[in-house]
Design a protein around this ligand. Structure first.
Ligand code: NDP
Ligand code: 2IT
Length: 448
């Protein structure tokens, strides 16, 4: 049976997981032809099956004394090249299929970083939005009470993702430390004065911009003076805008799940400081930006629309940094029509398969998430190294390593795409290079 059909028949409801698997399988066919041992060891069927799936009940009490129950998950996908590593997502949409897609992507992403990290992902359908700090704390403590049995600094090292930032990592770490009686690097994204690394908060956004700069440089171009469309307004979007501004590009959009802002004049340093305060301290909505800066317009989401108007503004660059499947075929066609040169995915799988085909058919420089957003997990890997050594590197040192890693990932993808006869196809480059590394490690370690 075809492997994608097999995956679908085993778990018919896991749509996002099917999508992520289908994309990788499509890319790696030529690798399997060149390496018959991958076929004889049945690597593909093994790699699409998580090594372990943990699901648990997370009961917690709200401020009124009412008891709620959420679902907790951790997908330990693949440990061929290192301990499981990947973020935790707290969002009401979270289910097994979404976390399996994210864990699957993480396996190849982590392989591309050149650091020793396997792939995992976890989270909960808990919605931190509108909850008090005390409620978030009680939820995180209940979640970690169970998760702590399954993770460890040499086993499985979670981090942040949507809905899990510095505050949540703090509460999770506190409970882990208490129940295990261990102060270790079991989570990354920790606070700076208790084991965190400089540049980890910035890393995903900065990395995605570095990756775009590399793609443009490969064509003799740069980000300077170029307009950029950014989606999202969370961790990744904020630091994407920060680095874009620093490199002379002009971010003109950003969004949340209720709508988006178009600021024709561009977001500058002062406006970005406002966004950071609005989102991170006040936990507000992006609509407030248009009240503060009347030159900007706020466009609410139209649930009936067949496309996202954010992607229909004229710009040279696009940085989807919110969530999966936020660029469909029509959005991709609009970007192409308006002259986009480069798309660098800060989010995981933000483009639908039809959207990806549209970019590739039009020779757009398209950096898929597992390459373009690998900066976050890379600096998580550097945080683990610093924790193991019990010392910390300077901001400049970590940033330099991050830049080097993103350059390497870019070169690996470019060279691999070229070797397989599809120059500048970063999708093939990333999937093939990531897969080959993990597959070889699985063969070396036997049938386990
Ligand atoms: P945050 O929670 O900090 O921000 C998420 C942003 O995306 C918010 O603006 C949120 O809006 C918006 N968003 C979330 N879900 C949806 C949705 N269903 N529809 C529309 N908008 C949505 O998360 P991050 O910035 O950390 O993550 C953003 C993306 O980057 C995700 O795809 C994540 O997997 C990926 N990523 C993150 C890394 C990291 O280090 N944090 C590393 C690599 C990838 P609202 O406030 O309305 O929910
Ligand atoms: O998708 C991702 O790479 C992340 N959310 C970051 C994972 C990590 O372990 O830092």
């Amino acid at each position: 049976m075809d492997i994608v059909d097999l995956v679908k028949s085993r778990d018919p409801n896991e749509r996002e997981f099917h999508q992520a698997v289908a994309e990788v399988i499509e890319s790696i066919k030529p690798v399997l032809d060149r390496n018959p041992e991958f076929r004889s060891a049945n690597i593909v069927e093994r790699i699409v099956e998580p090594e372990r799936v943990i699901m648990f009940r997370v009961p917690w009490m709200d401020d009124e004394g009412d008891v709620h129950v959420n679902r907790g998950f951790r997908i330990e996908m693949n440990s061929a090249i290192g301990p499981y590593k990947g973020g935790l997502r707290f969002h009401p949409s979270v289910n097994l299929g979404i976390l399996k897609f994210l864990a699957f992507e993480q396996v190849f992403k982590n392989a591309l970083t050149s650091l020793a990290m396997g792939g995992g992902k976890g989270g909960s359908d808990f919605d931190p939005k509108g909850k008090s700090d005390a409620e978030v704390q009680r939820f995180c403590q209940s979640f970690m009470l169970e998760l702590s049995r399954h993770i460890g600094p040499d086993t499985d090292i979670p981090a942040g993702d949507i809905g899990v930032g510095a505050r949540e990592i703090g509460y999770l770490f506190g409970m882990y430390k208490k129940v295990r009686n261990e102060f270790t690097g079991v989570l990354t994204g920790k606070g700076l004065n208790w084991g965190g690394s400089l540049i980890r908060p910035e890393a995903t956004g900065y990395g995605s911009v570095y990756f775009a700069a590399e793609m443009l440089a490969a064509k003799g171009d740069s980000l300077e003076g170029k307009k950029s469309l950014v989606s999202g307004s969370g961790n990744v979007a904020q630091f994407t805008m920060e680095k874009l501004i620093e490199l002379g590009s002009i971010p003109v959009t950003f969004s949340d799940s209720s709508g988006y802002i178009y600021d024709e004049k561009g977001v500058d340093r002062e406006k970005l400081d406002y966004i950071m305060e609005l989102k991170n301290v006040r936990r507000g909505r992006v609509s407030a930006y248009a009240e503060k800066y009347p030159e900007a317009v706020y466009i609410p989401v139209d649930p009936e629309a067949d496309h996202n108007p954010l992607w229909d503004h004229v710009a040279h660059c696009a940085f989807p940094s919110a969530t999966q499947n936020e660029i469909n075929e029509k959005d991709a066609a609009n970007l192409v029509k308006n002259g986009v040169l480069v798309v660098s995915e800060g989010a995981n799988m933000p483009t639908t398969p039809e959207g990806v085909d549209t970019f590739l058919d039009h020779d757009i420089l398209y950096g898929p998430g597992k390459a373009a957003n690998a900066g976050g997990v890379s600096v998580s890997g550097l945080e683990m190294s610093q924790n193991s050594m019990r010392l910390g590197w300077t901001r400049a040192e970590v940033d330099e390593r991050l830049q080097m890693i993103m350059k390497n990932i870019h070169k690996t993808c470019l060279d691999t795409a070229e070797q397989y006869g599809t120059p500048f196809n970063y999708v093939n480059g990333a999937n093939i290079a990531g897969f080959a590394k993990v597959a070889q490690a699985m063969i070396d370690q036997g049938v386990v």
